[in-house]
Design a protein around this ligand. Structure first.
Ligand code: MLT
Length: 408
């Protein structure tokens, strides 16, 4: 009989968001008339920017003629998109990132898990707690951890707590680690990292020959100019960091699928024999074998994000969701909840009322207010006692959700 990957059996329950959907479906079957408001998964609700739609329509017209038709594209993405990204997202901020170091993909969720393909066994791995569950689960699936304990923490992983006591700052671990996952603006807590904090991580990584996997999927939501958008704004990051970026949240591409990963050519790793190799070549080899690129049409849509119209429309979209976040913050504070985040990220991180755990609060909001959120414990043991509300919804729904919560 075929042998399965037994590492999958170590995973705790279902992946968080499908598990929430499962519970919500059960609720809806029993309450078919309930007018549910979904502030759970961070999925955008507003239409795509007009500039992106227009670019994609033109790209479809290209595909109608022999002259404009595109078959397989480069596995790394079209150079015109990589050049546009390098110039606008990095060089304009003083970051030394070249177009060749940018790999276009269909999502940061995929890239942040696929990256394990080029990393060896035996790395000591650190994640924050709470954490975007994909980083942990993908390591479990790849056999890079032991089993989970009763709190759901996996043997072999180091957990860096992010909590109100440490101001949601990721503290440098006392013991040396080889691989560190950082996400700022943070999912789920909505916290940000200053230049000083990121510099400490970069110095640590360079000192210990460690690699930082930096997830910047929410950088567009940063409101203060002094907060870094990219790890490559920090001196020395080219020798120790990979960055994941996405068009999902800024430009609403969750259903359209386009993202990118930056791997500096200066980034090195060690083979089992101690030989030094560059990570860019390994990822390039991986992508050439396992990936056929993002469609021409979608890449044209992503390119339009950087047009002057595209920029203006994205600014408006981001402001729209950030206003939702402000409404959530203000209303919940007004109702006596302690709230964090929501100032530079589309997530508000709420302390659950005393003696109510995260899933109990989930059930409470679902049953009493027909609101779906995300229980903090789904993001890790340290998320217990917290709850995440997403700002991705219509204004009407966000206002109605707040009205329902304040009248509970
Ligand atoms: C979330 O809600 O945490 C995100 O939508 C998940 C994702 O981007 O995959």
């Amino acid at each position: 009989m075929v042998k399965v990957n037994s590492n999958y059996l170590k995973l705790k329950a279902g992946y968080l968001f499908p598990e929430i959907s499962r519970r919500v479906n059960v609720f809806c079957e029993a309450n078919s008339k309930a007018d549910l408001i979904r502030l759970g998964i961070g999925d955008v609700t507003e239409p795509l920017p007009e500039a992106c739609c227009r670019a994609m329509k033109l790209a479809i017209e290209d595909m109608e003629s022999h002259k404009g038709f595109h078959g397989y594209g480069p596995e790394q993405g079209y150079l015109w998109l990589r050049e546009t990204i390098a110039k606008n997202d990095f060089q304009s901020r003083g970051c030394d990132v070249s177009p060749e170091e940018i790999f276009i993909s269909d999502g940061s969720k995929c890239d942040s898990s696929n990256i394990l393909d080029i990393l060896g066994q035996g790395n000591h791995i650190a994640v924050t707690d709470p954490v975007y569950p994909v980083y942990v689960d993908s390591n479990v699936m790849a056999g890079r951890t032991g089993s989970a304990d009763s709190l759901g923490q996996y043997e072999g992983l180091s957990y860096i707590p992010l909590n109100a006591e440490n101001n949601f700052e990721a503290e440098i671990p006392k013991k040396a680690v080889d691989l560190i996952y950082l996400c700022f603006p943070n999912n789920p807590t909505g916290s940000v990292a200053s230049k000083d904090q990121l510099s400490k991580w970069v110095d640590y990584a360079n000192e210990h020959d460690a690699l930082i996997l930096f997830d910047a999927a929410y950088e567009a939501f940063i409101q203060d100019s002094f907060i870094p958008h990219s790890i490559f704004e920090i001196d020395g990051a080219r020798n120790c960091a990979i960055e994941f970026r996405s068009f999902s949240k800024n430009a609403g591409f969750t259903g359209t699928r386009c993202a990118f990963t930056v791997i500096p050519k200066t980034l090195k790793g060690k083979t089992a024999n101690g030989d030094i190799v560059d990570l860019w070549s390994l990822w390039n080899r991986r992508q050439s074998t396992k990936f056929n690129g993002v469609s021409y049409i979608v890449q044209r849509g992503a390119e339009a994000v950087y047009s002057s119209e595209g920029r203006a429309q994205i600014k408006e979209l981001v402001s729209f969701y950030m206003k939702n976040a402000e409404i959530i913050r203000d209303n919940l504070s007004g109702s006596g909840y302690t709230v964090y985040g929501g100032k530079h990220a589309p997530y508000v991180w709420i302390k659950t009322p005393t003696n109510i755990d995260s899933w109990q609060f989930f059930d409470f909001l679902l049953n009493k207010a027909n609101i779906v959120g995300t229980p903090g414990s789904g993001f890790g043991a340290a998320g217990e006692g917290y709850f995440r509300l997403s700002a991705f919804n219509s204004r009407k729904n966000v206002e109605e959700a707040m009205r329902r919560i304040s009248s509970l």
